[in-house]
Design a protein around this ligand. Structure first.
Ligand code: HEM
Length: 449
């Protein structure tokens, strides 16, 4: 039992209020996808920080507000597990990725993987990113139908081919496209309805995709083991802890596939949200542009870190539209959460996006106001977990600095080369069935400077 609570003093999970069971089997999942914050607000106002949630044929709980989120993510009692929760969503296609490992095994793998994200390594990835970004943006035109989201998605895939795979030097463009397709098939499986290897379904395509990725990575493994280069693939083959622990070939393949997934949609969503808000707030766009213009043509990691306005905008974009708006866990034993008894084998949804919209912690939370993160305000300090787009506890995003460098490198180049606008009244129509992406592709009016 966590937090020193005894079974006798615990409250039970509140019963479902009339009408809150939702549809047969799916329960209230559709309510969530239609309007996640509206759904959370209803849970919060009806039940408080620990609420019942019927979905996918079973009862689970939603943890809301920074205190409840913190208790789950800190996981003092080691009761909340990742593997059985995320495994249900991402299926077998990201099996044994770091986020799906738990407890001692997770700790052992994380210690090794951390070596791939040290400052010198991040500096080397940053240097390698600029040519990939410049090349990827080369085809960007300024047609009136310009959609930012699909362009950014392709761009982050191109960056991944270089930074993660090392450009896979002797790979043809056609083969790289096949690898990208396979990777996208695995990512899209999360929203699959038929959850078995059935041809012409999302899962069927993902099973084949996973095979393509595995054989591609295995083909290059011996060469990557033989020579150390600056890409993540090679780095995973060579890193070891002070105690000499290293990854097996199997581990390298599993971590590579998971890392590419973890890095891809999250960075794309963040960049496209920033583009939208900067398009709607020209004074912020100009402020960020001036900082970018003050740097040289291929900024180093410390230079990118000096882009203070862009940093504020990135934080605000992550607050308003968290790429991972909910984290999930499953209890492996009975535990308690803020005094509520949670039985073993209960699905738990940690609604981080709701913490970002609570008036207790933020002034006018619905308003775009990057200055709230500036030193003289620091609204994110109102609670340790008021701002948690990268999660918290032992599973906190290992790629958060990498993400900052990638997103800022992309924005830096865009700000120098382009000017763009988005109608002030535009509200992105989001698809929330997996990670929140703009269904209309995020139209922006882009002109070259
Ligand atoms: C803005 C971009 C990103 C956001 C918002 C984000 C968000 C998150 C969140 C919320 C988690 C915690 C999941 C949980 O507790 O269940 C996480 C974990 C993780 N992220 Fe990120 N991420 C981003 C970019 C990246 C990048 C670029 C990489 C790799 C280069 C990466 C690699 C990972 C990994 C490996 C984990 C699992 C960590 C663990 O379980 O120990 N992420 N990320």
């Amino acid at each position: 039992m966590d937090q020193g609570t005894t079974t006798a003093t615990l409250r039970e999970i509140p019963p479902l209020a009339p009408g809150d069971r939702g549809l047969p089997w799916v329960g209230r999942l559709l309510d969530y996808s239609r309007d996640p914050v509206g759904f959370y607000r209803h849970q919060w106002e009806t039940y408080g920080p620990v609420s019942p949630f019927f979905r996918a044929g079973e009862m689970g709980v939603v943890a809301l507000g920074p205190d409840a989120c913190e208790a789950v993510l800190r996981n003092k009692d080691k009761a909340f597990a990742n593997g059985p929760a995320w495994g249900q969503i991402v299926g077998p296609f990201f099996d044994r990725g770091l986020m799906l490992l738990d407890f001692e095994e997770h700790h052992a793998h994380r210690r090794i993987l951390q070596e791939a994200f040290t400052r010198p390594r991040l500096a080397a990835y940053t240097t390698a990113m600029h040519p990939a970004i410049a090349q990827g943006m080369r085809g960007w035109d300024t047609d009136p139908q310009f959609r930012a989201y699909p362009r950014l998605k392709q761009l982050t895939l191109d960056i991944a081919a270089d930074i993660f795979m090392g450009g896979a030097k002797d790979t043809s463009r056609a083969e790289m496209d096949r690898v990208n397709e396979a990777f996208i098939a695995c990512v899209q499986a999360a929203a699959g309805v038929v959850r078995a290897d059935v041809p012409l379904t999302r899962w069927g395509r993902a099973f084949r995709g996973r095979k393509v990725l595995e054989s591609f990575l295995r083909h290059y493994l011996p060469a990557k083991r033989a020579t150390a280069t600056d890409d993540i693939f090679s780095v995973l083959c060579h890193i070891e802890t002070d105690d000499g622990e290293r990854f097996s070939d199997e581990d390298v393949v599993n971590h590579m596939i998971f890392l590419m997934m973890a890095a891809h949609d999250t960075s794309t969503i963040t960049t496209s949200t920033m583009l939208q808000y900067l398009g709607q707030h020209p004074q912020w766009q100009q402020r960020c542009r001036e900082e970018s213009l003050a740097l040289g043509p291929a900024p180093t990691m410390p230079e990118l870190e000096s882009l203070t306005s862009l940093d504020l905008v990135m934080k605000e974009a992550l607050r308003l539209r968290s790429p991972v708006p909910a984290l999930i866990r499953r209890t492996v034993k009975e535990t308690s959460l803020l005094g509520v008894r949670i039985p073993a084998d209960t699905g738990v949804m940690v609604g981080v996006q709701f913490s970002h919209m609570m008036e207790d912690y933020w002034t006018n939370p619905a308003v775009f106001d990057p200055e709230r993160f500036a030193p003289h305000r620091r609204e994110d300090k109102s609670h340790r977990m008021a701002w948690e787009p990268f999660g918290g506890g032992v599973h906190k995003c290992i790629g958060l600095y990498f993400a900052g460098l990638e997103v800022k490198s992309i924005l830096y180049r865009l700000l120098r080369d382009y000017r763009w606008s988005v109608s002030p009244g535009y509200r992105a129509p989001l698809d929330n069935s997996s990670l929140p992406f703009p269904k209309d592709g995020s139209p922006i009016h882009l002109t070259r400077i």
